[in-house]
Design a protein around this ligand. Sequence first.
Ligand SMILES: *Cc1c(COP(=O)(O)O)cnc(C)c1O
Length: 424
Amino acid sequence: MPSYTPDTTIKPVFNDFFGAFGGRYVAEVLRAPLEELEHEFKAAMVDPAFLADLATVHREYIGRPTPFLYARNASAALGGAQIYIKLEGLANTGAHKINNAAGQILLAKRMGKKRIIAETGAGQHGVATAAVCAKFGLPCTVYMGEVDIARQRPNVYLMELYGAKVVPVSSGSRTLKDAVNEALRDWAGSFADTHYLLGSALGPSPFPDMVREFQAFVGREVAQQAKGLDIAALIACVGGGSNSIGFFEPYLDKTTPRLIGVEAGGRGSGLGENAVRMGGDARPGVVQGYKSFFLLDDDGQVQDTHSVSAGLDYAGIGPQLAHLGQIGRVEFASALDSEVIEAVKFFARHEGVVFALESAHAGAYAMKLAPTLPKTRAIIINMSGRGDKDIFISAKIINPEPWIGFLKDEVESYERAQHPKENR
Ligand SMILES: *Cc1c(COP(=O)(O)O)cnc(C)c1O
């Protein structure tokens, strides 16, 4: 096993604003906790004891460094650039979100906080947060929209298994943005003893900087693992932007390789049919404490979005990516739901790896790009998560009949067990 020593000579960059984007547009009451968090974060990231604790958690609990796979068969089938896959999906809990959750809970411990709150949409961030709360012994409350609770039952089950309290949010559209509002409301009254563990590289400063730094370990591992390759492009899917910004981090201040963010093309064009912000109809705005691009309706209200992958189904984008898109350092593309399903099948059959639906957006774009490049070049995909969690969505699409039959049988056998006499 390779020894694992994170590079502690790298000092985190603290931006606050990224060009015109970012900032801290919050109610007066939230200024004090955000200032405290900024102060503690800056101190922790240059404290060898904190970094050593983080390295131990990475190695023992998350399973870092995660593997870097040469996708030999997929590359040969596509007939162009050599494809490599960073397998973040092999991290504990199945996705990159644990990197951020683990970093923030160590910070919360250092700050003496006694309770953790979080928002979740699809439930992936809630699962990662609930897991680290169990591991580090802090009570956990996760705010989740009622609509999301109904459609993401497996993740609700997991959060409760880890011991978290999942609080249904019944305001607004009863989805992620309403869960964020509810978490902010809780925090405004509880910050003396509570840390708000926010899930992506967005929200008011210092969250975009903090989440990027906790995800940047991914990119720094890749920079080591990819030594000697002639890298043409790094490709990552973009929801709020945490897996992509962490993966891109070592290359942000360089001019190569190409950095490509893939957004959710959903069912195609039209407001509400996708979650394409940078390449679509998004407009600048200030929502939930930060300035960035958002999909808004004509009244300036946050627009509902659609994607086959619940994790990319978000109307806003992290402020640093908004800026990097504007200056041209990060390019944006999108993948349709149908292309994403084809990518899941392609990598499963050629590489024995099942991508999460989110990550398969990056896979789908790599399938288009690879054949246009010479065989001497490399492209690296961030597989932000693995696809086990998607089985209730993907099985219905890829092979529906036996799956629906299985679900019916499950319900029937459950009901028979509940009413044994009637069947005698
Ligand atoms: C949540 C999630 C995403 C999207 O979030 P980012 O902050 O953009 O990374 C992507 N992939 C997986 C597997 C996720 O769970």
